[in-house]
Design a protein around this ligand. Structure first.
Ligand code: ASP
Length: 412
């Protein structure tokens, strides 16, 4: 029995769990909340890996790049791709919102408002200050990913600068990164159970009423994300990385299933890393560097959604927007996506930043909060696929990909 279970590839077990979870939730209804703890257990176990994994992988990744020049070429390319794709995504959200007008003709009285999250008080200066850790240990204890990344990058750069003297430390981080990958493999075996429980909970508790009222926004959110994945990422893989698009998506199927069901880029990070290295043949140094950084700052689904939701709010409350406002929204949406943590609902909190910049009422947040989870799942999948796409593209630009391994990815 056990042997039979392990003989089925993990991704097939995960996809089956996803489908069975939805069916169970639809039949069982709100009662399915009783098994949500299994999903929480899974998310907790996978989150436990985030800090050690980022720390070991990122330091090992930077150290493995060998010299500072290479760090510049990989990091520079990744950053350029992160920012350009973020801007395109934000403008796509604005275009969809302008064209389809999802908020016009909405009767605000007919929709049950979700709870308003605390509006974010973050100013641009706070954001800049928050990326420098006060204490690395504190940052690890609080799982604050952005300052942790800064600290890990600095240690990696220090190792490169120390040359021969840095080698023993680099070896320790290397070994730590390998050990963390093994630990990840163990935790990954929980995926089918976690995905099943989370999908049953989402399908069972969301209720169809709110979905019908906000169906247009939800539909546009899905359309935008699918366009980003199907056009932008596919084009990047086909024309810049020059690799088969189908193999790319086949290789990241585990990450897609986990990101969709957990709605958290951070929680998916160990899985993304494993897919990019093992199934797509990206070198360990580029994968660790780009995917860890991308999980926190590369969020194209979120950037698109912030643009779309701002127009939605403006249409509901009759706020006129100029071209200057559009420009401002595209910039704040991209910044909001960079600043958003890779956790469920982070995009919703960042709305306060974008809405505030153009005078869209914050009530819009409560308006969409009830259906945010179902949109969050799709934008997280978009965010995570984007991290993998950038990793593969940068690896292929810098010759850090084993193409044979990617193409023969039969046993994913
Ligand atoms: N949940 C998303 C993520 O983890 C962020 C968001 O809320 O848009 O990537």
């Amino acid at each position: 029995m056990l042997a039979f279970w392990f003989k089925i590839p993990l991704w097939q077990r995960v996809v089956a769990a996803l489908i069975l979870g939805v069916i169970t939730g639809l039949i069982w209804g709100p009662e399915s909340e009783t098994i949500k703890w299994i999903g929480d257990f899974f998310i907790k176990s996978i989150k436990m890996l985030v800090v050690p994994l980022i720390f070991f992988s990122l330091v090992a990744g930077v150290a493995a790049l060998g010299d500072l020049k290479k760090l510049g070429s990989v990091g520079g390319r990744a950053m350029v791709l992160f920012v350009i794709t973020g801007q395109i995504a934000a403008w796509l959200g604005l275009a969809l919102g302008t064209f389809f007008q999802p908020g016009s003709g909405v009767d605000t009285g007919s929709i049950e408002m979700g709870a308003t999250p605390e509006p974010s008080q973050t100013t641009a200066v706070d954001m800049i200050l928050s990326i420098v850790p006060d204490s690395p240990v504190q940052v690890m204890a609080d799982v604050r990913v952005l300052p942790l990344i800064v600290f890990a990058l600095l240690i990696g750069i220090g190792i490169l600068m120390a040359k021969e003297d840095g080698k023993p430390l680099a070896k320790i981080f290397d070994s730590g990164a390998v050990v963390m990958q093994k630990v990840t493999m163990i935790v990954m075996e929980l995926t089918p159970f976690g995905v099943f429980a989370l999908m049953a909970w989402v399908a069972g508790t969301l209720g169809t009423d709110a979905l019908i009222s906000l169906a247009q926004l939800v539909g546009l959110n899905y359309l935008g994300c699918l366009l980003i994945i199907g056009l932008m990422y596919s084009a990047m893989i086909k024309f810049i990385a020059k690799l088969p698009v189908i193999d790319f998506f086949r290789g990241i199927i585990d990450a897609i299933a986990v990101s969709y069901s957990t709605a958290s880029s951070n929680a998916t990070l160990p899985v993304t890393l494993r897919c990019v290295e093992r199934n797509l043949g990206v070198s360990n140094s580029v994968a660790s560097f780009v995917v860890s950084l991308g999980a926190t700052i590369n969020m194209n689904g979120t950037a698109m959604y912030l643009g779309l939701a701002t127009l939605f709010g403006a249409q509901i409350f009759g706020v006129d927007l100029s071209w200057g406002d559009y420009l401002l929204i595209s910039i704040t949406s991209t910044l909001g996506a960079i600043g958003a943590a890779g956790i469920p609902g982070a995009g919703l909190i960042m709305m306060a930043l974008v809405f505030g910049s153009v005078g869209v009422p914050l009530e819009t947040i409560a308006f969409v909060a009830g259906v945010d989870r179902i949109m969050d799942m799709m934008r997280t999948t978009t965010n995570v696929s984007g991290d993998a796409a950038v990793a593969v593209t940068v690896a292929s630009m810098t010759g850090e990909i084993d193409r044979a391994e990617m193409i023969s990815a039969d046993d994913v």
